[in-house]
Design a protein around this ligand. Structure first.
Ligand SMILES: *Cc1c(COP(=O)(O)O)cnc(C)c1O
Length: 370
């Protein structure tokens, strides 16, 4: 008899819609929203999430790579898709799948222009990315006239939007820097407005940019982590709901005598009688080895059970000495946003990394909208 998998990630569409509406409530009705669903929707489940957000008439989806966009199109997603990091190797696929590349350098712009010529395309939408301080991808302000002259030579391309990216919108110590980014972006927009005969969208704010800088909304915002319930700040995260929980079960319980050890390399040695529970999830599933030896924990019957010894590839053991539990009982990872942020902090990382690390080996189960 086939049952529900023991280990799975539940993805709650009720929480997703709550978070989506929360961000909508923080922007004007006329402000467009790009739902960022790169990296499997931050480790959740991009296709089901996209289908659901499409039913809510989200304006755009944002992905990092063209292949991510192709997957969405193959699943029947019709909403416009921006590809933030388009690359020459597969940028030609943009035509077949109607993906809108963000173009960040003359190398990419010239190549793409040439392709639109070959394919005899007109007004193909592109997005022009500016570097306003991140120093990752993007043109600089001095490139504007050349961009406009290249794009205006014929009508192969149409600039659908101008974008940039905030470096530290969650960090109140960087307010001055962020403000400068916003100001530089505004002046870039002004130049385009005076040089282009048509209007275009403008966007620089990510999730925390939306929450902390209303002056950075322009007419479009890009929300990623916030959709999944995180906002890099307790005050905002409290207003959001946790979309995913990782579920597993206790596969086996062992009584460990004083002096015995648990797991590889005998890193955990019992100083007293200990009860260990084996959970069917390991580092190949995205639970980092750095959570071993009492750093990370799971929740069993509402209580924290710390990891004993090293995390192994497919399993880990936790201390349940003081928890009344039995084999087959449910185990939760990431039950709340607070737990995810605490675990991230303990290993010097951020919620983004914890969530996106959950491997594709773990089945995703969608909790439908009530
Ligand atoms: C990932 C990404 C975002 C989303 O950022 P969050 O902090 O998750 O909201 C927005 N814009 C670009 C260009 C990105 O790469």
């Amino acid at each position: 008899m086939l049952q529900k998998p023991n280990t799975f990630l539940s993805v709650d569409l009720n929480a997703l819609v709550h978070n989506y509406l929360f961000f909508k409530s923080k922007t004007k009705d006329s402000t467009k929203l790009v739902a960022v669903i790169k990296a499997f929707a931050y480790g959740h489940e991009a296709i089901e999430i996209a289908k659901y957000l499409e039913s809510l008439e989200v304006d755009y989806f944002g992905v990092a790579y063209i292949q991510e966009g192709i997957k969405l199109r193959k699943a029947g997603i019709k909403t416009p898709i921006i590809v933030f990091h388009s690359q020459l190797s597969d940028i030609e696929e943009c035509f077949k799948y109607q993906l809108e590349p963000s173009i960040y350098s003359f190398r990419v712009l010239n190549y793409f222009l040439e392709l639109t010529n070959i394919h005899k395309l007109t007004n193909f939408p592109i997005h022009i990315m500016f570097n306003t301080g991140m120093n990752r991808l993007g043109f600089s302000q001095k490139d504007i006239s050349q961009i406009v002259s290249l794009v205006s030579k014929n009508n192969n391309l149409k600039i659908a939007s101008i974008l940039s990216h905030l470096v530290a919108s969650e960090d109140s110590n960087q307010k001055h820097f962020t403000q400068n980014q916003i100001n530089l972006f505004s002046s870039i927009i002004d130049e385009f407005e005076s040089q282009l005969p048509y209007s275009f969208d403008k966007h620089i704010a990510n999730s925390t940019g939306v929450l902390n800088y209303s002056e950075a909304h322009f007419n479009m915002v890009r929300v990623g982590i916030g959709l999944y319930g995180y906002a890099n700040d307790k005050k905002w995260t409290k207003r959001l709901r946790n979309v995913s929980k990782l579920h597993s079960i206790i596969s086996q319980i062992h009584l460990i005598k004083k002096g015995e050890s648990v797991g590889y390399n005998r890193v955990f040695k019992a100083e007293k009688k200990t009860i260990s529970a084996t959970i069917s999830i390991g580092y190949a599933d995205g639970i980092p080895r750095s959570w071993g030896n009492g750093v990370g924990y799971v929740t069993i019957k509402g209580e924290k059970a710390y990891i004993l010894g090293n995390v192994t590839m497919d399993m880990l053991m936790v201390d349940v000495t003081n928890i009344a539990c039995k084999e087959g009982d449910e185990v939760l990872f990431f039950e709340t946003q607070e737990i995810v942020e605490d675990l991230a902090l303990r290993t010097n990382t951020i919620s983004y990394e914890v969530l996106t690390a959950i491997s594709q080996r773990i089945p995703r189960i969608i909790v439908p909208k009530i």
